[in-house]
Design a protein around this ligand. Sequence first.
Ligand code: SAM
Length: 285
Amino acid sequence: MAYLGNPTNTVAVLNTYGFRFQKKYGQNFLIDSNILENIVDAAGVTKDDMVLEIGPGIGTLTQYLAERARQVVAVEIDDNLIPILQHTLSEYDNVTVIHNDVLKVDLKALADEKNGGKPIKVVANLPYYITTPIIMELLEKGVPFESLTVMVQKEVADRMQSGPGSKDYGALSLAVQYYTEPCVKLEVSPNCFMPRPNVGSSVIRLTNKKDNRVSVKNEEMLFRVIRAAFNQRRKTLANALSNASNLSCNRNDVVDALLKMGLSESIRGEVLTLEQFALLTDLLG
Ligand code: SAM
């Protein structure tokens, strides 16, 4: 049975190994067993699942996942945590720890190898300093996943869910909403972590839309258009897109496309829906 997830046992493990938290790795370990159970519930983990965990720390969430999943693969960067994980996970024969920077691991190949190409579930209390690169890697690199259930900074969860016109709306919102259906499952207080982070946290579940995505002819171009629109957020869309070096369109092309869509030539990207960005991309393409 999982024995981590409370302050006493966490401190005992940390003291045994003389472990020192490294701020640069975004280390805030969970110390609340209710929250841990709730995360695994929110992810809907069953004995059929292969779960990828990013950043197992001392193995707290890993223990809860190992109890419910068929197999858990956990990727941890910090050398000092590897001997600790060997100890805290020794009772679980369904856990594999990979010692590496997750951004250097070919996650698609890993999922294919360990789960025969079937969709995996990703469950993690993410290191906050690289939340966006990790999410983008999972979304854009064709990793076969059913859902990503991740603890992130509350503000980042808000950005993932926000829509046109909101100050939080941007390239991350559109990428998340293109590939997945986002749903916040839990709000988590700083008191549930050791050490306490300075920000509130949320657990958000991103369920893969698979074949139900907005239709667009050139997906890669859609994201070039979106990035260009939000890189120069204060400019009109026509100016932002015609200034972008990786889009070969002139201002007139963009204005023509906007007028065909019934939009004003002075409109800004921040008010367009995902469907409108897709149509604009098709017209420009
Ligand atoms: N899962 C543990 C828990 O909930 O208690 C720890 C979560 S802690 C917020 C983030 C973890 O990610 C740390 O263990 C940290 O060392 C690890 N980490 C940070 N950067 C990483 C990277 N680039 N690749 C893999 N793991 C990383």
